[in-house]
Write a protein that binds this ligand. Structure first.
Ligand code: BDP
Length: 335
């Protein structure tokens, strides 16, 4: 290219840049990348459901709205995720209801041990009026700074540890078990006879590795995907907590969106709730198969032994249950 052509090119790009000068501003107004985050890696059911939702959003808005996923705790643990979503630095956060109890107390009803008969019961509750009401409570709360978009299935949580095969409730005595940061969970572990220690999910793998804790409790996909089984190979299916997950959106961003966009986001989230369930069921089976392949000892309890777990958590119900009596009754009435 000779000098003249080069100068011409520069001039042309200057004109183009000046022309675009107006467009980026307009573009910035209309094009919006919504940040989403999750503690789990790409491919995990909750992450995949949000990624798929993002693709649908992009198609529905001709690329005006899209979702950028930050998986694997890239933006911190759930506590940080909640805080950043409240200030509008993140738009979508997929959080366990575990740490959400401190934001809206009624959500804690889902954090009570054995509140659901089984996972299908939990799913029926979140799909129905109680699920809708609790999402609305979160959205309407003047202090939450969050919009509750939808629920996700996370199966049932069971104990795993590095010390011994836990075959009876008594075998848990004295084991240091990591629980999610919510007093209900620490009290639950203690009531069962273990030694509950509250800790973020982001700190758990090294705590297991260094023996700061003897074990933890979670659903099969988290136990498998987080590689916790490498340090804690005894998995005892107590299913003491059945805690759904929640997809929240930043109220700060929400309030700046049009009614139409809000309706679209709501609709797509409802679809994601359904889609995640299918993904969850597949992944749970795959995770159990992988755990067995890895030589994990999976222990089931007899119905009598399970009853002992249920009886043991009575002090937790005595301490926290009273304020949820009416709601618990409604949950139990869901058949
Ligand atoms: C997993 C949940 C995740 C929690 C994690 C935990 O999907 O949201 O952070 O448990 O134990 O099952 O902290």
């Amino acid at each position: 290219m000779d000098r003249r052509n080069f100068a011409g090119l520069i001039a042309a790009s200057a004109i183009l840049a000046a022309g675009l000068g107006a467009t980026p501003a307009a573009l910035a107004q209309s094009k919006q990348v919504l940040k989403a985050t999750d503690v789990h890696p790409l491919g995990y059911p909750t992450v995949e459901a949000v990624v798929r939702m993002g693709k649908k959003l992009e198609t529905a808005t001709n690329g005006r709205l899209s979702i950028q996923m930050y998986p694997s705790m890239q933006l911190g643990g759930e506590k940080e995720m909640i805080e950043q979503t409240q200030v509008g630095a993140i738009q979508y956060a997929r959080i366990s209801v575990g740490p959400m109890g401190s934001i809206v107390d009624d959500l804690n009803v889902f954090n009570m041990p054995f509140v659901f008969r089984d996972v299908p019961h939990m799913n029926k509750v979140i799909d129905g009026p109680i699920g809708d009401e609790l999402l609305k409570k979160l959205t309407d709360s003047p202090t939450s700074k969050l919009v509750g978009l939808c629920w996700m299935d996370a199966g049932a949580r069971s104990f795993y540890n590095s010390k011994k095969p836990v075959k009876t409730i008594d075998d848990l005595k004295g084991l240091k078990i990591r629980m999610m940061g919510n007093p209900i969970f620490v009290d639950t572990a203690n009531a069962i006879g273990a030694n509950g220690i509250a800790m973020g999910f982001d700190q758990l793998i090294s705590a297991l590795q260094t023996g700061v804790v003897d074990g933890a409790e979670n659903n099969p996909p988290s136990y498998e995907s987080g590689k916790h089984y490498q340090f804690a190979k005894y998995y005892s299916l107590s299913e003491h907590l059945i805690i759904p997950e929640i997809l929240v959106f930043s109220r700060a961003t929400w309030d700046k969106m049009s009614k139409d966009d809000q309706a679209l986001l709501t609709k797509l989230a409802k679809e994601a709730q359904k889609e995640e369930r299918t993904l969850w069921n597949e992944r749970e089976k795959a995770s159990m198969a992988e755990l067995k392949k890895q030589g994990i000892e999976v222990i089931t309890f007899s119905p009598d032994e399970k009853k002992k777990f249920q009886a043991a958590v009575k002090p937790v119900w005595d301490k926290y249950g009273a304020k949820y009596t009416a709601l618990v009754q409604r949950i139990q009435d869901v058949k």
